[in-house]
Design a protein around this ligand. Structure first.
Ligand SMILES: Nc1nc2c(ncn2[C@@H]2O[C@H](COP(=O)(O)OP(=O)(O)O)[C@@H](O)[C@H]2O)c(=O)[nH]1
Ligand SMILES: [Mg+2]
Length: 252
């Protein structure tokens, strides 16, 4: 059983990618199970096989503890760990080869509370991997891209799982933009040069120093442009995940 957790900021395309990658895998005759971990989501672009909303109902938590939507969501996510054994059993009973896990909309509620690492450890299969979705709009500028890399590094640091970075919604970027961002990953010096021109003062200083940290984190190793709209990059994502599952490449 191979588990893939889609993680990224709100609106980065996690749920849509869960749907499109599942369609890609199913078309290639792989047996999949789709897991929704977002207790607050109203509508999903796919039908989850295993759904946290069967265990936790956001509105009930809000009523019971007299909380607003934000407080309710935090409490719901914190409660997830209580149901994780049943949840895990439900996944395993379906005996999938691939488990695709759509994580909660707000990255910080999952990654930066204790639940995230507990849940990923509990439901990971023999091999598991995080797919971090990089926001395409923010990735356009050199300093914005550094912020995205920082967030990616922070997630990697939290979970200690192999991690693949994808440039999400690649169809919203021009060919030139994709080429430029890819170059920044392939040749970090080009990113540092671009920052040198764009940023000034403390931000410039910090960005330049971070270059080395990112290199050590392996963040400049690979980044796959993916679009759930045009399906570009799904085959590359599959190839990279397979390599990680078999070689444990990218593991920290
Ligand atoms: N153009 C384009 N839009 C996308 C893509 N993936 C997702 N979206 C749109 O981005 C919005 C947020 O996507 P969603 O999957 O709900 O993001 P999540 O919050 O990370 O789960 C939705 O309106 C999607 O239709 C993509 O690859 N290309
Ligand atoms: Mg979502």
């Amino acid at each position: 059983m191979f588990t893939c957790f889609f993680i990224g900021t709100a609106g980065s395309g996690k749920s849509t990618l869960t749907k499109s990658y599942n369609e890609w895998l199913t078309r290639n005759e792989f047996n999949t199970v789709l897991v929704n971990l977002d207790p607050g989501v109203r509508r999903l672009p796919y039908s989850p096989d295993v759904d946290i909303r069967e265990y936790i109902v956001l509105e009930e938590i809000m009523d019971k503890y007299d909380l607003g939507p934000n407080g309710g969501l935090i409490a719901s996510i914190d409660m997830m760990a209580n149901f994780i054994d049943d949840f895990k059993e439900e996944i395993e009973e379906l005996k999938p080869l691939y488990v695709l896990v759509d994580t909660p909309g707000q990255l910080e509620l999952f990654a930066f509370r204790s639940t995230g690492p507990i849940v990923t450890t509990a439901i990971s299969g023999k091999e598991s991997c995080l797919v971090f979705l990089m926001d395409p709009l923010l990735s356009r500028s050199p300093s914005g891209f550094v912020s995205v890399l920082l967030l990616s590094a922070s997630v990697q640091y939290r979970f200690s799982l192999p991690q693949v970075n994808i440039l999400s919604k690649a169809d919203t970027l021009t060919e030139e933009e994709i080429e430029r961002i890819t170059e920044w990953v392939d040749e970090p010096q080009k990113l540092l040069n671009a920052i040198d021109q764009e940023a000034s003062g403390l931000r410039r200083e910090i960005s330049i120093n971070l270059g080395e940290v990112f290199t050590n984190f392996g963040l400049f190793r690979e980044m796959i442009p993916v679009s759930s709209l045009t399906l570009e990059g799904l085959d590359s994502l599959y190839a990279v995940l397979e390599r990680i599952y078999t070689d444990r490449e990218g593991f920290i």
